[in-house]
Write a protein that binds this ligand. Structure first.
Ligand code: A3P
Length: 285
């Protein structure tokens, strides 16, 4: 028990114009110099696009469907979060990664231009998870409410503008999804949509290991898995009574948040920012 301890929200810094936790900015030179191993697999995503889900899928595949092995540790210990810098004594993502023997599964929310260059030099395999902007916005809003490791989101109306203008940690959703979309043309980037993951055919289509991977990575299973649902993080950091980490896990919850006026503002900005890309998203299934 932490007796009402209130963790201060982080300060905002910038790296090349991208807002990040000041603690991350302070150690940026070390993060930038991170040495990836050719066998490392990087899982990347904009915040709240479903990276935890993908991490569990990748882990289940690597462990050949062994559920017990996948419960060996919480997600954040199994897969170092590259740019994460937590208050002492919690190790940084960099320290976790450097103490782990390759091949490692590494996690990042960095936009493509901020990815440490060794990942490209080593030609690492990467998986990028993309989720439609509206559901990302809603999910990120609730996450910032409950996670004291991120800035206070303010009320929904304020947050709507903050998100659209890209003034959130890890920067603009538009730049993020399009940057990684371009990267896949020249690098080993598997680009996967959250909405498509929702539609993975159910039972029967999978055999043996894949069937176990599927069972273990449903929203219900992960919500009840303490190694995957971040319930091991103390409540003064992530207050799951405000909003659970495994919140809803659906496509289209934005419709319960966006006003008609907000949707019009959103669609105008979206059209402007996305007019030059072939990248398309589904906001309903
Ligand atoms: P919601 O807040 O919309 O429920 P990340 O892992 O990138 O932080 O993303 C978290 C989002 O993915 C949350 O979205 C969470 O509920 C959802 N999620 C996590 N595991 C999932 C699963 N197995 N199936 C569907 N959605 C999942």
């Amino acid at each position: 028990h932490f007796g009402g301890y209130v963790m201060p929200r982080p300060r905002t810094g910038h790296v090349s114009g991208v807002p990040l936790d000041q603690n991350t900015c302070d150690t940026w030179d070390d993060i930038w110099r991170f040495q990836a191993h050719p066998e490392d697999v990087l899982v990347a995503a904009y915040p709240k696009a479903g990276i935890t889900w993908m991490q569990e899928v990748v882990d289940m595949i690597c462990q050949e469907g062994d559920v017990e092995k996948c419960r060996r540790a919480p997600t954040y210990d199994k897969h170092p979060f590259l740019e994460a810098v937590a208050p002492k004594p919690v190790p940084s993502g960099l320290q976790l990664a450097e103490n782990m023997a390759p091949p490692r599964i590494l996690k990042t929310h960095l936009p493509v231009q901020l990815l440490p260059p060794s990942f490209w030099e080593q030609d690492c395999k990467m998986i990028y998870v993309a989720r439609n902007a509206k559901d990302c916005m809603v999910s990120y809003y609730h996450f910032q409410r409950m996670n004291k490791g991120l800035p206070d989101p303010g009320d929904w109306g304020d947050y709507f503008s903050t998100f659209l203008s890209g003034k959130v940690f890890w920067g603009s959703w538009f730049d993020h999804v399009q940057g990684w979309w371009e990267a896949k043309n020249n690098h080993q980037v598997l680009y996967i949509f959250y909405e498509d993951m929702m539609e993975v055919p159910g039972k029967g289509a999978f055999e043996d290991i894949l069937e176990k991977v599927y069972q273990q990575t449903t929203f219900q299973a992960m919500r009840g898995n303490p190694m995957a649902n971040y319930s091991t993080i103390p409540s003064f950091v992530m207050d799951q009574s405000i909003s659970p980490f495994m919140r809803k896990g659906v496509v289209g919850d934005w419709r319960n948040h966006f006003t008609v006026a907000q949707d019009e503002v959103f669609e105008e900005e979206y059209g402007r920012r996305m007019e030059r890309t072939a990248l398309t998203f589904r906001t309903r299934l």
